[in-house]
Write a protein of this length. Sequence first.
Length: 401
Amino acid sequence: MTNLNDKSFTTRAVHAGERLNLEGVNPVVSPIHPSVGYTFADSKDLDAVLGNQKAGFVYSTRYTNPTVTAFETAIANLEGTEDAYAFSSGMAAIHMALLAAGVRAGTSIVAAADVYGATYTLLQDVFTALGARVHFVDVLDLEMVCRTVAQEKPVALLVEVISNPLMKVADLSRLAEIAHSTGALFLVDNTFCSPYLCNPAQFGADMVIHSATKFISGHGDVMAGIVATTSALKEKLLTLNKLIGSSMGPFEAWLALRGLKTLSLRMRQQCDNALALAQWLQAHPKIKRVNYAFLPDHPQHALMQSLSGGKGAGSVLSFEIAGAGKEQVFAFMDALNLIQPATSLGDIYSLALYPAISSHRTLTPEERAALGIGDGLVRISAGIEDAADIQADIERGLAVV
Ligand SMILES: Cc1ncc(COP(=O)(O)O)c(C=O)c1O
């Protein structure tokens, strides 16, 4: 592999994970290895690899695969962690990270109240039913987090860097200190920032989780998740995944690795587009409120500046259409022509989503209201198209409301 130690993020995104010389050959681009099984010169060799005395590939499902290893190597490099382990989806990565952190019956987890809807329901329904105690906190209220962590002594504190869809920003350094004060692992879902904007391990995260379905792959054609972490915690993830089998496939790993090469370029354009839209919407007479952490009046603007090294706040912004309910938001969404009304984010295509019927559908209306997710709230993920075209499309939508 090219020596990357002294290179910038943009350069590392292009080269990391490539040319690992895994089979004694060095193609410029990592090949796709579809083989499930691997043969060995003799049984002693196989025994040594299966017994972890020797590195090697045995069985792609649930162990490791060379193409997946290339992707994991790239993410570990970009996140600045010792290693990484890839999964079949972002939700699989979150589930496995919680298990690897030691969440079991009788243990406790503290999580941000506004984590992604499916994460919330995973904690609230699945983990609670299995006997874990789950406590949701407002991560902006550090005193409350501190009190809850001191009282509950959780095995894990789970937060997102930028919350969805209200774009609150978590103070990672302070939260890491709080988690570690009672021995909890600090788990950070970094999906909304991607490693381009923020490396949570630098601020004390023990496991950095991504839905690689989003910015990392970037083209809306891959389902994947990954946890960037220490070698010791990766070992735990691997041991668990041998039983659970939420593995990433080699074709997805190849596409995700390919997507990574343009991560910096895409993120720069998407951050610029999102900021331009946020500023324009803020002055729009039909818009009551805009949530975007790079707007100077956003309460955590300075924090976002510092977490991202001034690079931006990502592609996702949300806004409340004044006086709108479900019917008006449906009319807005149906009038869009360029922006795709699709349930994802971070793609090169601009996407619009109505949280009340999608990302936060699994929450009750009361739970949504408690989080401040009103019926007039729309989320946009700015793509890499021309900002003026995206703006004109939103104007078209707003014209019918
Ligand atoms: C912040 C966040 N985490 C995790 C997930 C789950 O990822 P996936 O859909 O790849 O399972 C999502 C999906 O939208 C997300 O937005």
